[in-house]
Design a protein around this ligand. Sequence first.
Ligand code: SF4
Ligand code: SF4
Length: 176
Amino acid sequence: MSKVKKKIKTIKIDVDKCNGCRACEVICSAFHANPKYSSNNPERSRIRLIRHPIKDVYLPVYAGEYAGAECMGRDKYVIDGREYDECGFCRASCPSRKLFKEPDSGLPLKCDMCEGEEEPLCVKWCINDALVCEEREEEEEEEVKPGDVEIGVESMVDKYGLQKVMDAVARMSRKD
Ligand code: SF4
Ligand code: SF4
């Protein structure tokens, strides 16, 4: 495999600076609406706030990889006396919860760092500087990663089975 230089973007989250305003959820869902900015719905956002105002818990979590099966264990964090939700830090779109799934279709959502934008929009809109984007260059083995379409199809196959998905595609292609 050949080596390639890649720009790695990291979003540093300072939980202590987050006041739970949810501006990040609003802009992310608006940016990914179709057409762009035509609507906003936090349930379609690729960043979600785990909120417990009474316990003063505001935890921004980014949507990560799609997981076809839920894992066997659970975790729970207590940091500085604040207890976070079970699996609160987990970024996976997995069958154990509704988080990071398109509300209508159930398709998995994943942060794409606002592809095409100079700066991630959630970072730009966070006036409390709880989200800070850092960029660095790294040399990596070149690998072909599955795109959004492949991940979406995989999740549909997990849900309905390969035959039903193939039948639906065949029906749709006959309509064209
Ligand atoms: S915009 Fe910033 S302060 Fe507001 S909820 Fe998101 S991370 Fe927290
Ligand atoms: S970087 Fe972009 S896609 Fe990712 S959570 Fe922030 S606004 Fe959404």
